[in-house]
Design a protein around this ligand. Structure first.
Ligand code: AMP
Ligand code: ZN
Length: 111
């Protein structure tokens, strides 16, 4: 499968890892949109939020259960933003579900 995030997970594409366990990987975004910008991905190829179901949603729950710990490890003491882009109109460019964890400045209102 030609998926850049699956290749990052299997190590064939290098990344700057910040957290890893058996269900997820978090690494620094190659084009940061904030002073701190990491991408959190499940170790299962789920295309997008639109492909979530009762069986695979555990990966999303797990990612959110670790997000606070990851944010703290990155020094984000005053809050952060978690973003998921879903589908072409949502701005998704990599079709392996992921959550952007951003912070390090006041990000302003988005929605
Ligand atoms: P999205 O537009 O929501 O699909 O987000 C995809 C994100 O993946 C973008 O913020 C890219 O900068 C990031 N990205 C793409 N390739 C890499 C890579 N090799 N290493 C780290 N981040 C990447
Ligand atoms: Zn994948």
């Amino acid at each position: 499968m030609d998926c850049i995030f699956c290749k990052i997970i299997d190590g064939s594409i290098p990344s700057k890892k910040v957290y890893e366990d058996d269900m997820m990987l978090a690494f620094h975004d190659i084009e940061p949109a904030a002073p701190v910008h990491v991408v959190m991905v499940p170790k299962a190829h789920i295309e997008s939020a639109d492909a979530l179901n009762e069986e695979n949603v555990k990966y999303v729950a797990h990612i959110f259960s670790k997000a606070g710990e990851i944010a703290k490890s990155l020094g984000l003491k005053n809050g952060y933003r978690i973003v998921n882009n879903c589908g072409p109109d949502g701005g998704q460019t990599v079709f392996h579900i992921h959550f952007h964890l951003m912070g390090g400045k006041q990000l302003g209102t988005m929605v």
